[in-house]
Design a binder for this molecule. Sequence first.
Ligand SMILES: CC(=O)SCCNC(=O)CCNC(=O)[C@H](O)C(C)(C)COP(=O)(O)OP(=O)(O)OC[C@H]1O[C@@H](n2cnc3c(N)ncnc32)[C@H](O)[C@@H]1OP(=O)(O)O
Ligand SMILES: CC(C)C(=O)C(=O)O
Ligand SMILES: [Mg+2]
Length: 608
Amino acid sequence: MAFNAKPYCSTTAKPPTPAAHRSPSGPSPCISVRAAAVSPRARHSAYGLSAAGNASSSTVRLRALAQRTRAQPQPPRRRPEYVPNRIDDPNYVRIFDTTLRDGEQSPGATMTSAEKLVVARQLARLGVDVIEAGFPASSPDDLDAVRSIAIEVGNPPPGDDGGAHVPVICGLSRCNRRDIDAAWEAVRHARRPRIHTFIATSEIHMQHKLRKTPDQVVAVAREMVAYARSLGCADVEFSPEDAGRSNREFLYHILEEVIKAGATTLNIPDTNDLGLATANTLAGAHAGARQLEVTINGIGERAGNASLEEVVMAIKCRGELLDGLYTGINSQHITLTSKMVQEHSGLHVQPHKAIVGANAFAHESGIHQDGMLKYKGTYEIISPDDIGLARANEFGIVLGKLSGRHAVRSKLVELGYEISDKEFEDFFKRYKEVAEKKKRVTDEDIEALLSDEIFQPKVIWSLADVQATCGTLGLSTATVKLIGPDGEERIACSVGTGPVDAAYKAVDQIIQIPTVLREYGMTSVTEGIDAIATTRVVVTGDVANNSKHALTGHSFNRSFSGSGAAMDIVVSSVRAYLSALNKMCSFAGAARASSTEVPGSASVQRAE
Ligand SMILES: CC(=O)SCCNC(=O)CCNC(=O)[C@H](O)C(C)(C)COP(=O)(O)OP(=O)(O)OC[C@H]1O[C@@H](n2cnc3c(N)ncnc32)[C@H](O)[C@@H]1OP(=O)(O)O
Ligand SMILES: CC(C)C(=O)C(=O)O
Ligand SMILES: [Mg+2]
């Protein structure tokens, strides 16, 4: 998590010392932990009562307060009016989004000004309280980008009657005048501008990076916070960078000093590389921080930041475990915002990413799918609607090799096919064979398999096996084994101009009905090397298949179509050919009526 320990305590870490909070001289700040801010009530109780100011005593008191809070009636879920250094509802947690600043620091994630503006508009729709729009001193372009966001997103839309949510627009700066001037120049156009200034407070950073003594760091922090306020900025956030590795007493001391200098939010950043961002952030909120610093999809420098969607949905779904906390986020915009940030930052989330990953609301294994079909709450704690996700099917079922009968049957019904139990069992067997070879079975795969397995003519000849060889070294060969209407297996081999031609000639040798192949077509119904190939053929037979035209009475040679599907193109082709030949045999059989001869039975080798 990113604990934001910003003067309104944000989540990072730990609340300022009692002394800091009792400070009579400055305004009370909000505490953020690179993530959250301590609510005024929590803060005052904890700090007011804590004598020593060490972490454990503060934490204990915060918990006691939390328990009392739990028993109280829930406050109305309305975003409290924005006041820089306090939040009037102790349960309200501000969401500080730094996608456009810290998120943009992810290698390769740089966005153009136009892209940043589009994302900022979306963040406002999402309802974030603060947008950290950039680091204006880093380049003239970034200053321009932050300024445009301040002007366009940081002000009410024309004609607004006061109902529109207008986020705070914030710019980051080091603790120096040049950076602070640039930040102010960029954000001052917003209705609610904020300058966020930071300086490292850990021994390792102060000594090796800043090359300053702790006293010098305190002096510059104090001076620069006061300078930011002197420019007319009423909302100043201060972050002690690398707070997690800073000496606690020193941390409290510098926080106390910046509060006196006019800081209104304290962010305690826990620059955390261990994948604990969301957990840390929630712990900060639980401990009283009331501003959480997050990014969309969790993007950011190195291992990234706490992700907005995880933190917000955890608070929404488990608010009761967090003493009734709530945010002003409209979660129905989460999916769109996540996609937009993926698009513009070029950083795509992994499929198993919580809340916004492609698999977060998809179910592929049979037991889960069965549970979902019976009651969605079994495997979904969040409704996809809650995050604005429209999924292709109601239950998020993705068919694969681990799917069971319930899910496959429901897919057939969804596709409009009602088949008998016996047919379904045959189909399911075939489905499993295919699914074992494919990563994912699509609707098109299902339809192709259905028409191959179920919607075939009466089976006279069926395919047992086929083996073909082909290549550039000579003619192709094929061996085909069919099962005849008498249940006997028959085998034939042939050569051909290609493996399909060779296989068809072998079939002809077995069935021995004069046949002309009129049309042959193959399509891959799905994508990728493991796609299912569907073959359609049209054949005509001899005079025995002649039909009379209904209107003219003339005889014509009737044609028969057939289709087949398989992942192997030769198998698919032979299935289609047999399907057409079976139709033709049925027709011929009906025409001959009394004939008992089995086509092909006399001239081919019987299998052992
Ligand atoms: C934890 C964070 O995420 S911090 C934000 C990080 N984001 C960025 O750095 C992105 C934008 N950065 C930039 O574009 C550039 O680094 C600039 C424009 C800010 C500065 O560029 P340069 O002037 O060339 O300095 P450079 O980046 O090489 O070095 C940083 C200097 O700032 C100093 N510095 C670092 N942090 C701070 C601070 N918070 N307050 C004051 N000085 C600081 C360093 O000690 C170093 O000073 P030195 O030149 O006296 O040794
Ligand atoms: C500037 C600070 C807040 C920061 O980005 C960090 O500590 O990660
Ligand atoms: Mg950072």
